[in-house]
Design a protein. Sequence first.
Length: 466
Amino acid sequence: MSRLDRFFVNDCWLLKWGNVVQQALSRSFYDHCPILLKNDVPDWGPSPFRSNNCWFSHPGFSKFVNDEWNKFEVVGRGSYVFKEKLKILKGVLKAWNKEHFGILDKKIVDQVNIINSIDAKESEGDLTSEEVSSRRVATVHLWRFSMQKDSLLCQKSRLRWLWYGDCNSKLFHASINRRRLSNAILGLNIEGVWVDDPVHIKDFVRSSFHNRFSESHWNRPKLDGVDFNCISKAENNFLTARFEELEIKEAVWGCDGDKSPGPDGFNFAFIKNSWESFKGDIYSMVEDFFHTGSLAKGCNASIVVLVPKNECLQGLGEFRPISLVGCIYKIISKLLAGRLKKVLHLIISDSQSAFMKWRYIMDGVLIANEIIEQAKKSNADDCFIFKVNFEKAYDSVNWSFLLYMMERMGFCCRWRNWIKACLQSNSVSILVNGSPTTEFGMCRGLRQGDSIAPFLFIIVAEGLVV
């Protein structure tokens, strides 16, 4: 059957009806299927907390965060203290946002009404000094609220190419609606049946990813007879040296402040803005990880966001999973990745071209193409090409094999234990239409979005270079 009928709408229409769904109805005894356009708003569950960059421009916000942070009394290891303080701060900010920051649209309308009222009086006669002062104050407030609204819309729209502060609310609104519609899961084809019930979809998505990250127990071949490049004692000392405060701060500042936050809800723009308040607890958290080689429960949680690969979404395989890790683990991962990438060139073969400085992933494709062309020209009878399918490669990495490869490459026990702690302490929930599923633990795989994951992956891939 061919599709003949379509709906065409503009951005203004989408601003009013942002949850439209197009559905083909049963054709019954007619020769065509009628189509239905409905504004459906199903309940997918609560959305997670997210910090807003527009809060920073509110007078006294930084002082408020600092005062509240210093009130929190939490006792325990460094990672636990920082995690619990962020959890308490989240509740405080929710209340503050509702009571003091308020609804920006209402604030803007109130200031516009004040200005219009005073302008109307001015057209009838002279204004008093108090009225002139009130209009000046209202204009300043209107400008600040409008800038905050633009900042909020820009953050939601993810238009990274726009300069911060550009007043283009119409473009922001249109981008937000298009982004929400293109990323929305309206339904899934589950075993040949179209399902659009939120509860069933979330259960299916969670079950699918839980199975994907579960490890099958079977005997794997060893590579004991293969010689790998190894790092020296000096490199191990560099990897496991104490983390200096400057190194920690550089790791934090190396994280993009505008990227989506993890389960804790705090992006790195918030961490940087409140650095003077947080830095003591961050240093203690890193020091705790250095000595114990572990993270407190809940510090390594992540949310998997499903990014569509194309426009016609039918099954779960048409989404690309991207992990959003919390700021606590992000700092640890950034520190470890910053050190590991400085020694990778000593152990990774030249045939690997991905994720290495001064190497480009397309080099491998070009070299393979040249080899095939040379083999065709020489009429070689003994040419053998081994093509490895790397689809879902991150998801299928066996942790035991990764640690085995690191041991074979000379990584010391302390470093391997750090990596092991990063792998085994994680928990994952899947974000379905803005609402997370219940958490589950991973038993294999690396998370796309984890700073150190690409470097661990090429260590595993080195096992194929034999």
